[in-house]
Design a binder for this molecule. Structure first.
Ligand code: TA6
Length: 320
């Protein structure tokens, strides 16, 4: 963690049902801390509505945050869960990955009603106030489930009054902490088509079984199952991603050369992280005025006795 001004904190409970702690993080940036009585926790910076920490009941960190991460706008924070919106990567006129990750969000004390109940009190609603040229609202809820699961629900509503539709792409660009990248397997993406960002986004079909990593990896998997698993036997842990409204999944590891080229990333840190990103990329989402989109990501951990092969799409689809 970079050695800048130390944090301070105060507890707050905005809307009657949620409780969280408001605190000063690195460089005095505002952050929210969510705690579950059983010990799990999460931290969200208002800068970028950026989750920078998710810990299980044993207080083990499950997300990767670079030791060189820069907590100074307009630089996005390297690690945790940046939100790529309203544009993924360079798929449009905006800066790479859009502006949501380097804007200041605010805590929304009166969020629009959530249709689904949030199973715990530990949640916070964040909203990106529209700037002069945007008249859309983006309520975003980060919640910590009673089992330590992390849930993120993003909603985009087009409130345009001039009848104009609004299109966007989206990703929860999650950096997971792994014991050793060369020992990790990703399940649930076998046999799927993907766009290879290392080959001008040419389209290929995934062979083999689970994904393993031995060099730079940057792919957009298309129309994936709703469940994907990251198996880390050394940590005796499997992280399960469940996603809704986010049909695609990006898998990224910069490996050594790209790692050296990134000033806010340690040269060796590629060995201890893997990005698996729930996303909507291949088919941009278009909202007519008054329409709303919702994307949901739920992260949970299971002991790695969970046997491999359970998430092979063929098996998942056959429901065996
Ligand atoms: O999600 C994968 C990716 O698009 C890679 O191509 C790589 O650029 C990565 O995101 C990081 O992007 P950033 O703009 O945060 O440096």
């Amino acid at each position: 963690m970079s050695s800048e001004k130390s944090p301070s904190s105060a507890s707050a409970s905005a809307s009657s049902s949620s409780s969280y702690e408001l605190s000063k993080g690195i460089n005095g940036l505002d952050k929210v801390i969510l705690r579950d009585p059983r010990g799990s926790s999460a931290e969200v910076y208002l800068y970028g509505a950026h989750v920078t920490s998710w810990k299980n009941e044993q207080a083990e960190e499950l997300l990767f945050l670079s030791s060189k991460a820069i907590f100074k706008p307009p630089k996005p924070i390297r690690g945790g869960i940046p939100i790529c919106f309203p544009q993924f990567s360079n798929l449009g006129p905006l800066d790479s990955h859009g502006f949501a990750r380097n804007r200041f969000w605010t805590i929304d004390d009166s969020p629009p009603p959530f249709l689904t109940n949030t199973p715990s009190k530990a949640f916070v609603d964040l909203i990106l106030k529209p700037s002069e040229d945007d008249i859309k609202i983006w309520p975003h809820r980060v919640a910590l489930g009673s089992g330590g699961d992390l849930m993120m629900t993003s909603r985009i509503r087009n409130t345009n009054i001039d009848g104009k539709p609004f299109s966007f792409t989206f990703a929860n660009h999650t950096y997971f902490s792994v014991s050793d990248i060369s020992e990790v397997r990703v399940e649930g993406l076998e046999t799927l088509d993907y766009l290879d960002n290392l080959q001008k986004r040419e389209r290929f079909t995934e062979q083999g079984d689970a994904l393993t990593f031995e060099s730079e990896f940057d792919r957009i998997y298309l129309s994936t199952p709703t469940k994907i698993a990251i198996l880390d036997h050394e940590k005796k842990r499997t992280i399960v991603l469940r996603k809704d409204g986010l049909p695609d999944a990006v898998v990224w590891n910069p490996w050594d050369k790209k790692a050296k080229a990134m000033s806010d990333f340690g040269d060796d840190e590629y060995k201890y992280m893997l990005c698996v990103e729930a996303a909507a990329i291949e088919k941009p989402i278009t909202l007519k005025p008054g329409e709303e989109w919702k994307g949901r990501l739920e992260l949970s951990t299971v002991p790695s006795s969970y046997c491999s092969g359970q998430l092979d799409p063929k098996k998942v689809i056959q429901g065996s």
